[in-house]
Design a binder for this molecule. Structure first.
Ligand SMILES: [Fe+2]
Ligand SMILES: [Fe+2]
Length: 262
């Protein structure tokens, strides 16, 4: 049995701060920790300092999303086997869209995948998963249990991927919307699913940004600068117990600076 902690998008300095303080306290409870780091550096993308902070806090793998390439420094990190960028990008894209890790004599494959609804055009994520899961033969290492970080906007697209992959992967966990959803469940054939893990960042914000910028954008219908909100931060994630490639438990995890767990 593998006990995996998945932590949603780390956002800016408040996100890095709560992660650095809280993740080490969870390390002993998890066999493997995956952290989505696509907003770790200033709210957009990942740089070397943020990547190193996330892995020293205890992450075994770091996933990305639509902001994967925001900082040039990420290109210097794409050879690191712990960094997983979205899978459904053009052939020749630097880095890897999935990787298989040996975890206490079991195998765990972590996949990062982008949705297409209300987002930039990318290759079909459903077919990208088919291609990954149906590469048989001795050249293809056994994937073991598969965890998919589906970085997507639309709840319908996320649910559809969960049902499409039910029984074929251990978990489909959504990221990108930064708001945790209360629909954690194990689908009939054994795939754990949650529409969005929620994010790890400033609480009094609009998905991480100081509310002033987004509010003015909606009111005036003109662009406004988005800054990272200061103040207390929250950490959101999902606990998964995985046995033989299927999930046996999924449970939301929430921590707030000042208020603790729960
Ligand atoms: Fe994000
Ligand atoms: Fe995103």
């Amino acid at each position: 049995m593998l006990r995996v902690l998945f932590v949603g998008d780390v956002y800016g300095k408040p996100g890095r701060r709560v992660l650095a303080a809280q993740l080490p306290t969870l390390r002993d409870r998890a066999d493997f920790i995956v952290v989505n780091g696509e907003n770790a550096a200033g709210g957009f993308g990942l740089n070397r300092e943020s990547f190193e902070l996330i892995v020293s806090a205890g992450a075994d793998a770091v996933t990305l999303g639509n902001h994967a390439w925001h900082h040039r420094e990420v290109y210097g990190l794409t050879d690191d086997p712990r960094l997983i960028r979205p899978l459904n990008l053009p052939p020749g894209t630097p880095g890897r869209g999935w990787n298989t890790f040996e975890v206490s004599s079991e195998r765990l494959t972590v996949v990062n995948l982008l949705g297409r609804v209300f987002m930039e055009a990318v290759h079909n994520p459903f077919l990208a998963m088919d291609a990954l899961l149906t590469q048989p033969g001795p050249e293809q290492p056994e994937l073991g249990s598969v965890l998919v970080d589906f970085h997507a906007e639309a709840t319908s697209e996320k649910a559809a991927l969960g049902w499409y992959l039910d029984g074929r992967v251990a978990a489909v966990i959504g990221t990108h919307t930064h708001v945790p959803t209360a629909d954690s469940r194990i689908l009939p054939l054994g795939t754990a699913f949650q529409t969005d893990a929620g994010f790890t960042g400033p609480m009094h914000s609009i998905i991480g940004a100081d509310p002033a910028g987004p509010v003015q954008k909606f009111v005036t219908e003109r662009p406004h600068r988005f800054g990272v909100r200061e103040g207390p931060a929250e950490l959101n994630g999902v606990w998964l117990d995985i046995e033989g490639g299927r999930a046996v438990r999924i449970e939301r995890y929430h921590f707030e600076e000042g208020n603790g767990e729960g």
